[in-house]
Design a protein around this ligand. Structure first.
Ligand code: ZN
Ligand code: ZN
Length: 158
């Protein structure tokens, strides 16, 4: 049975998932919530280390594993690159920018179960949906356009 929850704002949702909230887990989760840029474990480590200098990379890996197991954090895997982490729990797809390697969240207009989005073959069972797009992030589209227009306005020599 679920009891009404009264969670102070400094708490993470970890206790709700039956996980003991340690300072390390909290710091790792907060680092992921602070900037939704899908950092790798090493990047999370650097961010957490700046405010918790005693933390080790191994601890960060452990925390990320725990957070992933509780479903509070998703791993995002792109080709052979190291896993990256996403704390956005809304159903969303990921856009991999082929120019700068960034990952952008793409939300659905209206969250819907997979069978309403896809024409699912009969008899299959979906456990999880992961949708990936490949393209350019807004920043790279912008800088491509800038490069194009500066080229167009440049005086042609000879
Ligand atoms: Zn994401
Ligand atoms: Zn980009």
């Amino acid at each position: 049975m679920l009891l009404p929850e009264e969670t102070p704002s400094t708490e993470t949702p970890l206790p709700k998932k039956g996980m003991r909230q340690t300072e390390q887990r909290k710091a790792v989760f907060e680092a992921l919530m602070a900037k939704a840029d899908h950092p790798s474990a090493v990047e999370v480590f650097m961010r957490v280390k700046s405010r918790m200098p005693s933390i080790s990379l191994a601890t960060v890996y452990n925390c990320l594993e725990t957070l992933t197991a509780t479903g509070l954090v998703r791993t995002v895997n792109h080709e052979r690159e190291p896993s990256r982490y996403c704390a956005n729990l809304q159903e969303h797809a990921h856009l991999f920018c082929s120019e700068c390697g960034s990952i952008t969240d793409i939300p659905l207009h209206t969250p819907m179960p997979p069978e309403q989005i896809w024409n699912l073959p009969p008899g299959i069972a979906i456990a999880q949906q992961e949708v990936f797009f490949r393209g350019l992030c807004a920043k790279c589209v912008q800088s491509d356009q800038n490069a194009l227009s500066s080229r167009a306005t440049q005086p042609v020599s000879r």
